[in-house]
Design a protein around this ligand. Structure first.
Ligand SMILES: Nc1ncnc2c1ncn2[C@@H]1O[C@H](COP(=O)(O)OP(=O)(O)OP(=O)(O)O)[C@@H](O)[C@H]1O
Ligand SMILES: [Mg+2]
Length: 320
């Protein structure tokens, strides 16, 4: 079976600036594919190309079997798109917004009403049908924007930062809905800034400055980029830790909220050992606990690795 999304060497330039650089990946049907990256990494540009809204400079892409480059108009019929700024009409009710989107997809009459009731139920919006969109909280508007995007039963939906600015509980609920959608066979391509949310994705692609730097399952990324163990240290500085542990046992020490994440090799110290060593060096009120490796750790490592590579290229005179 062919992939739901297939991208090959996709590139988009704006003048001399390369916003998306030779990106290649494939997404399976029913998969939740997370596309992560900092501001300006090229996430929205990729989505807009895949939705047939922006031309590519080079490369190939197909979505639900439709060639995006050759048939951008055709692709818009088989996908749903939730843009970074939800394009809802605030002066219309929830149902009226759905009706507006239905019109754009050629759904009307009984077919529309049946489908409207279905998505209202699916997205837990049944009791809000007659409410004015502008008066609803962000989390509900977000579900309405998703409802509008899936009304015509697209095979693939593109969600561009759907949870930006939404409260944590509403975000969790939204991700449960995304999972339901994927379980029913819809392919979901989603961007987010929240690295904790990427844990909900089947696979994650990390974009750094226009290039796809890594792509794997969340646990695969952790194994590959952050092998070893993570210790969370409060009440000690990076120098304190380096003073207490042989240098070759430490991979890195990074700030993590108010604490430090000391990434140590597998044979490095256990939490209890590090705590004892720090206390022996005279520190008071220090704590050390085992921490989960997070995608934030992965992301830091990938960015460091990429900037290391570009420094190497520059020193070899290979900078482009
Ligand atoms: N029409 C345009 N003309 C010139 N530059 C553009 C255009 N659209 C995007 N860019 C640039 O391309 C880069 C990638 O933008 P893009 O919107 O894809 O990033 P993003 O990863 O979605 O970022 P964000 O997380 O802020 O939404 C940015 O540096 C942006 O300024
Ligand atoms: Mg964007």
């Amino acid at each position: 079976m062919s992939a739901a999304i297939r991208v090959n060497n996709l590139t988009r330039r704006f003048g001399d600036f390369v916003a998306v650089r030779e990106v290649s990946f494939a997404v399976d049907r029913g998969e939740i594919f997370g596309y992560l990256g900092a501001n300006g990494a090229g996430k929205s540009t990729t989505i807009r190309i895949l939705c047939g809204l922006l031309a590519a400079s080079a490369g190939e892409a197909s979505v639900a079997g439709v060639d995006v480059i050759k048939q951008p108009d055709e692709v818009r019929r088989v996908i749903g798109y939730m843009s970074q700024k939800f394009s809802l009409y605030l002066d219309l009710t929830v149902s009226e917004n759905l009706e507006f989107f239905a019109g754009a997809y050629g759904l009307s009459g009984r077919t529309f009403r049946a489908r409207r009731d279905e998505v209202l139920q699916q997205l837990d919006l049944t009791s809000q049908g007659d409410e004015l969109t502008g008066l609803l909280p962000g989390g509900i508007r977000q579900r309405l924007a998703l409802a509008c995007a899936v009304l015509h039963r697209p095979q693939v939906v593109f969600l561009d930062e759907p949870t930006a600015g939404v409260a944590p509980e509403a975000r969790r609920r939204f991700w449960r809905l995304i999972r339901d959608l994927a379980d029913s066979g819809t392919t979901v391509f989603v961007t987010t800034h929240y690295l904790d949310e990427a844990e909900y994705c089947d696979r994650v692609g990390l974009m750094v400055a226009g290039a796809l730097s890594a792509l794997d399952t969340p646990s695969g990324l952790k194994r590959r980029f952050v092998p070893g163990r993570m210790l969370e240290v409060l009440g000690a500085s990076a120098e304190d830790i380096r003073g207490a542990v042989p240098e070759h046992r430490i991979v890195s020490i990074e700030p993590f909220g108010a604490a430090l994440h000391a990434h140590v090799k597998e044979e490095g110290p256990r939490a209890q050992e590090l705590l004892a060593a720090l206390q022996n060096s005279g520190l008071k009120g220090v704590s050390v606990i085992d921490a989960e490796v997070t995608l934030e750790d992965v992301f830091l490592r990938v960015v460091q690795q990429d900037s290391g590579q570009s420094r190497e290229q520059q020193s070899q005179g290979g900078a482009r």
